[in-house]
Design a binder for this molecule. Structure first.
Ligand code: SAM
Ligand code: FES
Length: 357
């Protein structure tokens, strides 16, 4: 079987040459893929066992000052139906999520100037007051270091900020000139230095992406050493310039999940909603390829469809309780099980303060 030797070496060295990574990522041979996924699962199970961590996703605003060309809620999309949840509504989502067994809440939104540092701090503190045994993840885009520090001091534990692409010219193709590759990268460094469990990541198959761009992403991930990596396929949105662009490949996304698991064995790796949107069994396949996190939606059903980054997003109709029931069934069918726990990265578990970096 071509390339299986490379996988064994990737497990041992956590590294391959660019040419070798390219060979692995482009190989869609069934037997080879099964071998790759199996090895990724073995490594994942060695660290996190058969547990899957669940994160309650609260999409609290779709207002955004940015204009990322691929994104359905970008500023210039006048067809987007804008909404923002109040602090009370956001905290109520976390209360409901807590009762359903969630111990991590992910607050995600566009870059909405209404949510000043003070408002974010107040929301984080409220959730932590109500539920001291939970973790709060923020995914609210770029801010300055002082703001990140304030969020951390208020009790936020993790921050997701996908780098989107580690290649500067590709970044500049996907974003308007008022957005800066350097600033996004600086944000990621600041978040890590402050002490957040930090997540980067990219879309797979984004417009203009080459295999060399993906290798560049892997090299960035390897040096940055994030605690989390969020990757999912690009999916077109009808109101963007990429409406007719083909979506990213499920197979490539799965191979990348496995490769990232083998490069960074301890990483927290979600099987994303985008993967489940392109393939009805996408999230299960993600778990079988080395992912160990899923993020069911806790947002009120009335706003779910409005937070539309791409077309045909799944899970927009079901109440949270139904979502978690459906997700539990899906997870159990893979042989894994939901863990009711904050689900920290192993280096950030209590008593591991000295092991960081
Ligand atoms: N505003 C925050 C930020 O910029 O990090 C968080 C929200 S943003 C919508 C979350 C992620 O959605 C982005 O990092 C991007 O990778 C992903 N996304 C946006 N448009 C997408 C599309 N058309 N297909 C797949 N993923 C998309
Ligand atoms: Fe801001 Fe997509 S452009 S969230």
């Amino acid at each position: 079987m071509k390339y299986t030797g490379l996988i064994d070496r990737l497990i041992k060295d956590r590294d391959l040459t660019d040419k070798e990574f390219t060979g692995v990522l482009l190989c869609d041979d069934l037997q080879f893929n099964e071998y790759l996924f199996e090895q990724a699962r073995t490594v994942r199970e060695g660290i996190y066992g058969r547990d899957v961590f669940i994160r309650g996703l609260i999409e609290f605003t779709d207002h955004c000052r940015n204009n990322c060309y691929y994104c359905g809620i970008r500023r210039d999309n006048t067809n987007a139906q804008r909404y923002r949840l109040s602090e009370e509504e956001i905290v109520a989502c976390s209360d409901m999520g807590y009762d359903l067994g969630f111990r991590t809440f992910v607050l995600q939104g566009g870059e909405d100037p209404y949510f000043t540092d003070e408002r974010i701090v107040s929301i984080v503190k409220k959730i932590k007051e109500h539920h001291p045994d939970t973790a709060v993840t923020l995914s609210i885009g770029e801010r300055e270091r002082e703001s990140f520090q304030r969020f951390f001091d208020a009790g936020a534990d993790r921050y997701l900020l996908r780098h989107e692409t580690a290649d500067k010219s590709h970044y500049e193709m996907l974003h308007p000139s008022d957005m800066s590759y350097e600033h996004r990268m600086k944000c990621l460094r600041d978040l890590h230095e402050i002490g957040f469990q930090t997540g980067c990541g990219m879309m797979v198959g984004s417009p203009g992406q080459t295999i060399d761009n993906l290798i560049c992403d892997l090299r960035f991930i390897q040096t940055f050493k994030p605690e989390m990596v969020g990757i999912g396929p690009f999916i077109p949105h009808h109101d963007t310039r990429y409406a007719d662009h083909e979506p990213g490949s499920v197979g490539m996304t799965l191979r990348l999940l496995s490769v990232i698991r083998l490069m960074l064995p301890e990483v927290l790796l979600p099987a994303t909603t985008a993967l489940g949107t392109l393939d009805p069994d996408g999230r299960e396949k993600g778990l079988m390829a080395g992912a160990n996190v899923v993020m069911p939606n806790l947002s009120p059903v009335s706003v779910r469809k409005k937070y539309q980054l791409y077309d045909n997003k799944i899970c927009t109709g079901d109440e949270a309780a139904e979502c978690i029931r459906c997700m539990s069934g899906r997870i159990e069918r893979t042989g894994y099980r939901i863990k009711t726990d904050r689900g920290d990265h192993v280096r950030y578990r209590e008593g591991c303060e000295n092991d960081r970096k």
